[in-house]
Ligand binder design. Structure first.
Ligand SMILES: Cc1cc2nc3c(=O)[nH]c(=O)nc-3n(C[C@H](O)[C@H](O)[C@H](O)COP(=O)(O)O)c2cc1C
Length: 244
């Protein structure tokens, strides 16, 4: 590594550390709006989150209109973060877009030549791997096959049911939510992730598709003076980090 890139990587690390360390869950925001170009960039960065099979099972609903925002804040149980934020973003996981997205992955492959293995994955493997079949019967059959074959060699252990599909979609979507929050911080804005909401009401308000899971509602804006309620703390590393 030459001296120049050494300096660059330190600067990058310090900037990254500053972004991660200064992100807090902010419960009170000022009235200052999040500019369009900031929002746009943050959403772009959110979409760069790693995700399962690059099937991008997420959707983002940006709520800025005052009336809808007020009603959404109400559905977020009237939390201060939701009530005071100039912007609410509903981050939704979809368990049902994998088929369409498999097709899009084939169509939008970024290289000139589509590798055979990629073609096979999206056209033949994904339709079996993610499909649980009517009443989840295909999932149950896959689970039985997995249990049997798994006796002699490693096999994927799911997703084998509709509820496992929810976990599948939520994992990737939560990573996108984190990217979004860190991007807001890097732009000098703040956020609060919320799972304290009435999902039925949020779903109805936004006319979400039946298979959309509201993973988080993100409040976003500039932190106000008393926006952070307490000092940040985490448990002892020894209880949570295990070196094997
Ligand atoms: C999935 C999830 C759900 C959360 N839901 C809420 C919420 O409904 N209301 C709230 O005020 N904070 C909520 N938080 C924020 C946490 O309370 C916060 O991240 C935690 O206390 C650590 O504080 P910090 O984010 O400032 O480090 C949520 C965070 C996550 C990741």
């Amino acid at each position: 590594m030459n001296a120049k890139s050494d300096v660059d990587s330190n600067a990058t690390l310090n900037a990254f550390r500053e972004v991660v360390r200064s992100r807090r869950s902010v419960r009170r925001f000022t009235d200052e709006p999040v500019p369009e170009h900031v929002l746009d960039d943050c959403l772009e960065l959110a979409m760069l989150a790693p995700n399962s099979s690059n099937l991008q099972p997420w959707e983002f609903f940006v709520v800025r209109t005052p009336d809808l925002k007020t009603r959404l804040a109400d559905a977020c149980l009237g939390q201060n973060a939701a009530k005071t934020a100039p912007l609410l973003i509903v981050v939704v996981a979809r368990t049902d877009t994998w088929r369409e997205h498999s097709r899009m992955a084939l169509e939008q492959w970024p290289e000139e030549k589509l590798p055979g293995i990629v073609e096979k994955y999206y056209s033949r493997i994904a339709p079996i791997h993610y499909n649980q079949g009517p009443f989840g019967l295909l999932g149950a059959a896959k689970k039985a096959a997995g249990l049997f074959v798994g006796l002699s060699r490693p096999v994927p252990r799911g997703p084998y049911s509709k509820s496992e599909m929810k976990v599948w979609a939520t994992k990737s979507t939560a990573l996108a939510a984190e990217n979004l929050m860190l991007a807001l911080r890097a732009h000098g804005y703040d956020s609060c992730p919320m799972e304290g909401f009435d999902e039925c009401r949020v779903r109805r308000l936004l006319k979400l598709p039946r298979k959309g899971l509201v993973t988080m509602v993100l409040a976003a804006g500039k932190r106000s003076d008393k926006g952070v309620y307490n000092r940040q703390y985490r448990f002892e590393r020894d209880t949570l980090i295990h070196y094997l």
